[in-house]
Design a binder for this molecule. Structure first.
Ligand SMILES: Cc1cc2nc3c(=O)[nH]c(=O)nc-3n(C[C@H](O)[C@H](O)[C@H](O)COP(=O)(O)OP(=O)(O)OC[C@H]3O[C@@H](n4cnc5c(N)ncnc54)[C@H](O)[C@@H]3O)c2cc1C
Length: 269
């Protein structure tokens, strides 16, 4: 199907982009989710503001053991980054399992997060790393714990005029992590995905078990008593996964538990 007709504006700086968004425009990054949603008429924006030329939003850096990844950084850049391979290889692995080469070459971390799909690869990893979303507009900027950015099925917490600028997280010596997913097709969108990261504390993020990616706080808390109590805490969660022809809710929850156990064993043993 073709998208409904829409306007297009190329932003030359953040103020331009933010002002267009304040007037109702939708940011266009790599277009790998947005254009597909427009073709299927799930989204019918009247105006797109292309943020692809905002070079300041691209790149990976580290300062005082805090990593900053610009929102326009593409999946292929995450996979190739020597810094990420050394510090958080499970983030690189999650990126390497996204879609196909074209999607990884064009799709951005910002698009993956802002689209807020419950099964996207990167949100569980960023949640487990206690990442912060740095969000800006032409007037101000603010920092949001990454899990608070996810408000519901493909709904994010950005308000009119705001753009995701970057994600940031701390890395610590000896940090370990794991990313696990079950995908019906090689490199397809997962049914369920889980990430666990150690550090100053242990973070647990999951996708595919609710309308948006989640932090499992009770599982994190129960981990002080070991993996068994953490799995019991998982069993006590009231998940509401999607149900479709690929899998029912019970199956997804069962898979989530298996993936969580494997990820915890990998990180803690
Ligand atoms: C065939 C196919 C397979 C796929 N497989 C996977 C998969 O296995 N795993 C997976 O996680 N994803 C998958 N995807 C989804 C997609 O590739 C990723 O989510 C990608 O990261 C989207 O990034 P983008 O830069 O293309 O975003 P866009 O498509 O340009 O934007 C997506 C949404 O985010 C908003 N947005 C983008 N950047 C910003 C910003 N900086 N600030 C505010 N809002 C912003 C846009 O307005 C839009 O609503 C797949 C998509 C397709 C079509």
């Amino acid at each position: 199907m073709r998208p409904a007709s829409f306007g297009y504006q190329l932003a030359s700086n953040l103020i331009d982009a933010s002002q267009a968004c304040a007037r109702g425009a939708i940011p266009l990054a790599g277009g790998q989710s947005l254009i597909a949603a427009m073709k299927s008429r799930q989204m019918t924006p009247e105006l797109l503001v292309d943020i692809g030329e905002l070079r300041d939003l691209r790149g990976i850096s580290i300062k005082s053991e805090r990593i900053r990844i610009g929102a326009l950084t593409r999946h292929c850049d995450l996979i190739r980054s020597e810094l990420l391979k050394e510090k958080v290889p499970w983030l690189c692995e999650a990126a390497s399992l996204i879609g196909d080469v074209q999607i990884r070459n064009r799709g951005s971390i910002g698009g993956n997060v802002c689209f807020a799909d419950p099964r996207a690869n990167l949100p569980p990893v960023l949640i487990s790393l206690n990442a912060t979303a740095v969000v800006g507009s032409s007037e101000s900027s603010r920092e949001v714990p990454i899990e608070n950015l996810f408000q519901g099925f493909r709904e994010n917490a950005l308000v009119a005029g705001e753009i995701l600028l970057a994600v940031e997280f701390d890395v610590v010596e000896g940090q370990k992590g794991s990313y696990r997913e079950l995908s019906p097709q090689l490199n397809g969108v997962p049914l369920v995905n889980v990430s666990v990261s150690s550090g100053n504390s242990i973070g647990v993020g999951v996708g595919g078990l609710n309308s948006c990616p989640l932090r499992l706080i009770r599982v994190e808390e129960a981990l002080v008593d070991g993996i068994g109590p953490a799995l019991e805490a998982f069993d006590g969660e009231a998940f509401e996964p999607l149900e479709d022809l690929q899998a029912g809710a019970k199956y997804r929850i069962k898979v989530g538990r298996v993936l969580l156990r494997r990820a915890l064993e990998e990180v803690l043993n």
